[in-house]
Write a protein that binds this ligand. Structure first.
Ligand SMILES: C[S@@+](CC[C@H](N)C(=O)[O-])C[C@H]1O[C@@H](n2cnc3c(N)ncnc32)[C@H](O)[C@@H]1O
Length: 152
């Protein structure tokens, strides 16, 4: 089931971005644009957000000048988007093991400092997040059963 991040999670994400002076973010999974809106407010006018999603039919957040939207699957464009090496990567696209691990590893490969993820645990699905943070020694700044932010 597709679901936007909650108000509570959005506030945590917003505060984290502000506290760490994060200015550039790449995210996967736009849907209504809820996480996008929190990120855009946090990075401010001088920041830049790139968001990736193959289906924009549910987007309600109005467009802003510092927001690049890539209408595509992360598997096809994330590597290109990460070449600018944003301060933070945020995953909220397809929550299967392969997609999540692909995105996390891509952020690691390009030297992104901060990594956030929604839906880190799904009943019956091997947690890519748990494996990633263990294997890559990720420092955890915030975690709940659903949502986490770490530092690579
Ligand atoms: C949980 S929703 C995102 C919610 C959004 N972050 C928010 O807070 O409103 C998941 C989104 O991932 C998108 N998606 C599915 N597969 C994808 C892929 N391979 N790459 C990028 N986005 C994908 C879906 O189209 C959907 O809009």
């Amino acid at each position: 089931m597709k679901q936007s991040i909650s108000m509570h999670e959005g506030v945590i994400l917003y505060n984290f971005i502000r506290e760490h002076n994060i200015k550039t973010v790449v995210e996967t999974g736009i849907y209504h644009g809820t996480s996008s809106a929190f990120i855009l407010d946090a990075i401010g006018e001088t920041g830049h957000l790139t968001s990736i999603d193959p289906d924009l039919s549910h987007l309600i957040e109005p467009h802003r000048h510092n927001w690049t939207i890539m209408e595509a699957r992360s598997q096809d464009v994330l590597e290109t988007a990460l070449k600018v090496v944003p301060d933070m990567f945020f995953h909220d696209s397809r929550h299967d093991y392969e997609t999540m691990m692909f995105e996390y590893k891509m952020a690691y490969k390009y030297g992104v400092q901060f990594i956030g993820s929604h839906d880190i645990n799904h009943p019956g699905i091997k947690s890519a997040w748990q494996e990633f943070i263990n294997d890559y020694n990720i420092k955890i700044h915030y975690t709940s059963p659903k949502f986490a932010i770490g530092e690579i």
